[in-house]
Design a binder for this molecule. Structure first.
Ligand SMILES: NC(=O)c1ccc[n+]([C@@H]2O[C@H](COP(=O)([O-])OP(=O)(O)OC[C@H]3O[C@@H](n4cnc5c(N)ncnc54)[C@H](O)[C@@H]3O)[C@@H](O)[C@H]2O)c1
Length: 274
C-alpha cells in the first residue's frame, strides 16, 4: 500500500533533476505519472524507470511555455491515465545576470516559465477540478487534490544576480496563496516548496558546467565555485541538498499527510536563507 495508490500526477520538467526525483518518489507511492520535458529522450527515460517499477507513466513532451501545451499536458492525465489528482509545477531554469546586464528576453523568459506556465496549467485543469469536485460533493465523496509549486529561496528572500528568476519564483508564491484560497471549496490544497541549493546541473560549479539548451538557445547555468563554497559555509547543514531530499517535501504536500495544509511555502534549504 502506497500513500498515493490510485492517484494520477502531472510533474513538469521531470526528465531530469528535481522533477525526475519527484516523479519517481510519487510513483514509488503508487501514483501514475505524466512525465513532461522539452525533449523526448529524458522524458522517455523517466517513463521507462517508472514502468520498470510496475507503475503507469506516459510522456507529454513539449514546452510548458507554449500557449497550447497546458491543455495537452492536462489532457494526457485525464485521457491517457484516467484522472487528475496532483499537479507539480516544477519545470524551470535560471538565466542569471545583474540588472544592468539583464535583457528583456531574459526577464520575459523567466516570467514565462516560472509564472505564466503554472498559471496556464492550473487554468487548464480548472474545468476538470470544478466538475469533479461538484460531482464528488453530490455523491458525498471527499477527494482531495493537490497542487505543488516549485519555487526558490531566491523568490522568498531575493538573490543578487537573479532579478528575473526571483521575480518569477516570488510570483508563484503569490499564485500559491491565491489558488489555495480560490480552490479550497473544491478540496484542492495548493502549496509550494522553496529550494535552497540542490545538487543539479543548475547548481554545478560554473567552471565545470555545460550550457543548457532551451528553445534552441544556449544558456549558461551553474554557480561560480567561490560563491558555491561561500554558500556551503552559510548553510546550517553544511552541504547542498540531494535530489532525494528535495523530493521529500513534495511527497508530503502531494499526499494525505498534508490534507489540512494549504497556501503554504515550505523552505527546503538546509536552513539557508541567503
Ligand atoms: N537546483 C536547485 O538548487 C534549485 C533551487 C531552487 C529552485 N529550483 C527549481 O527547481 C526546478 C527544477 O530545477 P532542477 O535544478 O531540477 O533543474 P534541471 O535542469 O536539472 O531540471 C529541470 C528540467 O526542466 C526542464 N524544463 C526547462 N524548461 C522547460 C519548459 N519550458 N518546458 C518543459 N520542461 C522544461 C529541463 O529540460 C530539465 O529537464 C526549477 O523550477 C528550478 O528553478 C532548483
Amino acid at each position: 500500500m502506497g500513500l498515493l495508490d490510485g492517484k494520477v500526477a502531472v510533474v513538469t520538467g521531470s526528465g531530469r533533476g528535481i522533477g525526475k526525483a519527484i516523479a519517481l518518489k510519487l510513483a514509488k507511492e503508487g501514483a501514475s505519472v505524466v512525465i513532461n520535458d522539452l525533449d523526448a529522450a529524458p522524458a522517455d527515460e523517466t517513463v521507462n524507470e517508472i514502468k520498470n517499477m510496475g507503475v503507469k507513466a506516459v510522456a507529454a513532451v513539449g514546452s510548458v511555455t507554449d500557449k497550447e501545451f497546458p491543455d495537452k499536458l492536462i489532457g494526457a492525465a485525464i485521457n491517457d491515465l484516467g484522472r487528475l489528482d496532483i499537479i507539480v509545477n516544477n519545470a524551470g531554469y535560471t538565466w542569471d545576470a545583474v540588472i544592468q546586464k539583464s535583457t528583456d528576453e531574459m526577464w520575459e523568459a523567466m516570467l514565462a516559465v516560472h509564472a505564466t506556465a503554472p498559471f496556464r496549467i492550473m487554468r487548464a485543469a480548472a474545468p476538470y477540478i470544478r466538475e469533479n469536485a461538484k460531482k464528488e460533493k453530490a455523491e458525498g465523496k471527499k477527494v482531495i487534490r493537490k497542487i505543488v509549486n516549485v519555487t526558490s529561496i531566491a523568490g522568498v528572500y531575493g538573490n543578487a544576480g537573479q532579478i528575473n528568476y526571483s521575480a518569477g519564483k516570488a510570483a508563484i508564491i503569490g499564485m500559491t496563496k491565491t489558488m489555495g484560497k480560490e480552490w479550497g471549496r473544491y478540496n484542492v490544497s495548493v502549496n509550494a516548496v522553496a529550494y535552497g541549493i540542490i545538487e543539479t546541473r543548475l547548481t554545478a560549479p560554473k567552471e565545470e558546467s555545460e550550457d543548457i539548451k532551451v528553445h534552441g538557445k544556449d544558456i549558461a547555468v551553474g554557480i561560480p565555485k567561490t560563491a558555491l563554497d561561500g554558500f556551503k559555509q552559510m548553510i546550517p547543514l553544511g552541504r547542498l541538498g540531494t535530489l532525494e531530499e528535495a523530493a521529500g517535501p513534495v511527497l508530503f504536500f502531494a499526499s494525505p499527510l498534508s490534507d489540512y495544509v494549504t497556501t503554504e511555502t515550505l523552505v527546503c534549504s538546509g536552513g539557508l536563507r541567503f
